[in-house]
Structures are given as structure tokens and as C-alpha cells.
Design a protein around this ligand. Structure first.
Ligand code: ASP
Ligand code: MG
Length: 436
């Protein structure tokens, strides 16, 4: 069972999460940081780089965020004291790391990853402590020590599911047999050399799937403070429906295109297994949520869902004959990769390469590519006014007329399609329109 930051917001929501765990154990629990804590740690890093005196206020904010929940929830004095002590011990490690950054003025990716992992480490202690005080035996087990194994990418690592199973299972299974709920922090693991690596923002979902794989779990339940996968963002589309079932590929594509419900890589570690995957609403535990299935979901409608993403920038690389110059695309992408910039998607023609990037990478990408202009590349431009709409469904590439319906619907609203891509995934297509 995985609980996201939105489920760990205050005393009431933590109590609700604990009630769900107690009712369903035996279970292994994976947690995100308490809501807002990862952001707080990011601020802490910025502040520490500026000056050492900026550290204490962030540390007290971090302490208060957790103390508030403990005060509201732990009835017994002894467990409460012990839990407060455990939290304080971890916050003092954060303090030491931040002081190091303040002195050094800079930080390595390894230190940054270690520091950001503390949001989840704290949340795991917190949840285990509250479970204990409610008389459910539980113990927090740090993910790097428990054996969540990854490659050596510090910012967005990939799970090594084979190694994770070999290491984690022998450590976790005995706890379960003894009737203890293991609480494992999500979001990070250990690289090949043992250093802390991060699984990318919202990566705890992905951690949970790795743990489910390692344990050969019957089911993975990802608990959220939302209904599950929806046919569209209910904030924008009042008629949006909950999807009862969707395929692994549909879940991955919807998440990739901007449905904020699940990390896009969540289901990867479970490929080829019989583990059932559910996304469930903590505030409505009677509802089955959405089930993500390995095969075809079997659905009457062609389109499962639509997601949009306005946090996007497009780099346009212009030049005559771009489409017939061997190695050009390789040059462009290795220039960006060299700067640690991820390309979300590429659309090319004879005269232009369009690269879809995260907006936080856009300015750097533009600078890098401008300095790389050569005989073929004439101009590089940044376009920040576009948003992407992704349309996802298992049958989308198989059935005639679906595209016609999509684009006709957009045209009826007098919206121009600036770019479009289809066929890259058998279950999805996307197009770009003006943000407005
Ligand atoms: N706490 C991390 C984040 O905010 C990971 C997660 O929430 O899953 O990105
Ligand atoms: Mg989060």
C-alpha cells in the first residue's frame, strides 16, 4: 500500500491512512513525504547555498510540520516521546548536510539526493510511530538499507528490479511473518555503489511498484486523495468520469501527457507479473478506484482519457535540408544530453526539428544549441506558448475515424493545431495548441 503526500497532510489524513493500513494488514507500506516537505527541502538547499544563517528557520518549519501531526495523533506519552526523538535525530542529519552545503557553497548530485530523501525518511518514521501508538505493530525501514536498488542516475534513477528482489525480500518478509507492518520511504533507493539515488519527482509510486515486485505482492494499492484515473482533469472538465480499468500502456501514456495522478514509470517494474494494481481514493475507501491491468481493459468507448500539459517548451531548430543531413539529430540530442536536458518528444520535418522540453530546461537548451549552429542549422528559437493535449486509448491506432473525430472537435472550437504526432505509441496521439 502506497500513501502519497496528499494523504499525509495533517492529523486527520494520517489517522485515515493508518486506519486503512490497520484494516488490511498484512501489508508493506510505502510513503511519500508529508505534503509540502520535498518543496521545503528544495527551499532549504537554496537558502543554505546563500547563507548559513538561513538554515535554522527552514529546520524549524520542517520540525513543526511533523510535530503538528504527532501532537494531534499520538495518545500515549512514551511512544510520543520516542517518536519525537526519532524525528529530531533525522532533522539534525538534515542540518548537518545543509551546513555542509553552506560551507561549501555548492553541492554534488549525491549530496542533493541524500538531502531530498529525508522527506520520505521522516514520513516513514512518522507513519510507523503513529501506527504503533494505535496498536498496530510497525517499523520504518529506510529504502537504501532495505534494498530498493537502482542504476547510478542521482536525479531520475531507474529501478533494478532483480537486485531489489534479492536484497529486499529477505529483509522485509520476516517482519511481515512476525505481524509487523514494514513502512518503507519512497522516492529514493541505492545505486550500484550504495549511494542514495532519487527516482524523480513523485517517484514514490515507482518505489511502491518496485517493492510490490520484490515481494511478489498479490496487489499494489496506490492511495491518493483523488478518485483514481479520470477520463479528463475534473477541474477543467465537469463531465469527467472515473476509469474503472485501464491498461498499463494507457496509464503510462496518460501520466506522461500530464494526468497528475501517477508517476509515468509506476507500472514498469510489474511488467509480466500477476500483481494487480489499483489507484484508490483515501477519502472514499469503499470505492474500488481504478484498476490498471496488464491486458486489454475491455471498454465500450475508444478513447480512455485525455490529458493536457501546459508546462512545456518547444525548441525549434531551423535550417534548409535538415531532414537529409545524417547525424544531425544525434548531434542536437547529444548536445542537450550533455547539459543534462531530457527531451520529452521530437517532431521533425525537412526544414525544422521541434524538441519538446521541460520549461525549466528551455533557456539552457536554447543557449547550448545556439552555440552549436553550423552550416546546416541556421536558427534556433524557443516557443513557450504551446500546450500539449494527449489522447489515449488502446484502440486509437487501430480504428478508422478516431483522428477525424479528434481534430474535428478541436476545429469546431476554432482552435488551430500547431503540431501533431501520431503513431509513436500504439495507444496515444498528441497535438499542440496555443496555451490560451
Ligand atoms: N516527495 C517526492 C516529491 O514530492 C516524491 C513523491 O512525492 O512521490 O516529488
Ligand atoms: Mg509529493
Amino acid at each position: 500500500m502506497k500513501f502519497g503526500g496528499g494523504c499525509l497532510r495533517d492529523g486527520r489524513s494520517v489517522a485515515q491512512a493508518c486506519a486503512i493500513v490497520s484494516a488490511q494488514k498484512p501489508a508493506v507500506v510505502v510513503v511519500s513525504a508529508v505534503s509540502g516537505v520535498t518543496e521545503l527541502l528544495l527551499t532549504a538547499i537554496d537558502q543554505a547555498k546563500r547563507h548559513e544563517r538561513n538554515i535554522p528557520p527552514v529546520l524549524s518549519a520542517l520540525a513543526d510540520r511533523h510535530a503538528g501531526v504527532i501532537d494531534e495523533l499520538c495518545p500515549g506519552r512514551i511512544p510520543k516521546k520516542r517518536l519525537q526523538g526519532e524525528i529530531a535525530a533525522r532533522i539534525s542529519r538534515v542540518e548537518r548536510l545543509l551546513t555542509g552545503i553552506a560551507f561549501h557553497g555548492d553541492l554534488t548530485p549525491a549530496v542533493r539526493a541524500r538531502l531530498l530523501s529525508f522527506g520520505e525518511r521522516l514520513a516513514a518514521r512518522l507513519l510507523a510511530g503513529v501506527l504503533e501508538s494505535l496498536e498496530t505493530r510497525a517499523t520504518a525501514l529506510d529504502a537504501d538499507r532495505a534494498g530498493v536498488c537502482t542504476d547510478d542516475n542521482f536525479e531520475s534513477a531507474s529501478i533494478d528490479r532483480g537486485r531489489t528482489r534479492r536484497l529486499l525480500r529477505p529483509r522485509v518478509a520476516p517482519l511481515l511473518r512476525a505481524g509487523i507492518v514494514p513502512v518503507i520511504p519512497g522516492f529514493f533507493g541505492r545505486g550500484p555503489g550504495g549511494a542514495v539515488t532519487l527516482l524523480g519527482r513523485n517517484g514514490s509510486d515507482y518505489s511502491a511498484a518496485a517493492v510490490a515486485y520484490a515481494m511478489g505482492a498479490e496487489r499494489l494499492e496506490v492511495w491518493k486523495d483523488a478518485d483514481g484515473f479520470m477520463s479528463a482533469d475534473p477541474g477543467r472538465v465537469p463531465t469527467a468520469r472515473r476509469l474503472e480499468r485501464l491498461s498499463f500502456a494507457e496509464a503510462a501514456e496518460l501520466s506522461y501527457f500530464g494526468a497528475k495522478i501517477l508517476h509515468p514509470r509506476t507500472v514498469e517494474p510489474l511488467a509480466g507479473t500477476c500483481t494487480r494494481v489499483f489507484v484508490r481514493n483515501m477519502n472514499d475507501p469503499g470505492s474500488p478506484g481504478s484498476e490498471i491491468v496488464a491486458g486489454r481493459p475491455g471498454r465500450a468507448v475508444d478513447v480512455a482519457g485525455i490529458a493536457a500539459n501546459a508546462r512545456l517548451a518547444v525548441l525549434r531548430v531551423h535550417g534548409a535540408g535538415i531532414g537529409s543531413k545524417p547525424g544531425l539529430l544525434a548531434g542536437v540530442s547529444s548536445t542537450l544530453a550533455g547539459a543534462g536536458i531530457n527531451i520529452h518528444s521530437v517532431l521533425t520535418s525537412h526544414t525544422c526539428i521541434n524538441l519538446l522540453l521541460d520549461p525549466t530546461d528551455a533557456a539552457r537548451g536554447l543557449k547550448r544549441l545556439k552555440s552549436a549552429t553550423n552550416g546546416v542549422i541556421k536558427k534556433v528559437e524557443l516557443e513557450e506558448n504551446l500546450a500539449l493535449v494527449g489522447v489515449v486509448g488502446e484502440r486509437i491506432m487501430e480504428k478508422e475515424g478516431i483522428y477525424a473525430r479528434i481534430f474535428a472537435a478541436v476545429a469546431r472550437e476554432r482552435i488551430n493545431v500547431e503540431m501533431a504526432a501520431a503513431g509513436a505509441s500504439p495507444v496515444a496521439c498528441y497535438f499542440l495548441v496555443r496555451k490560451a
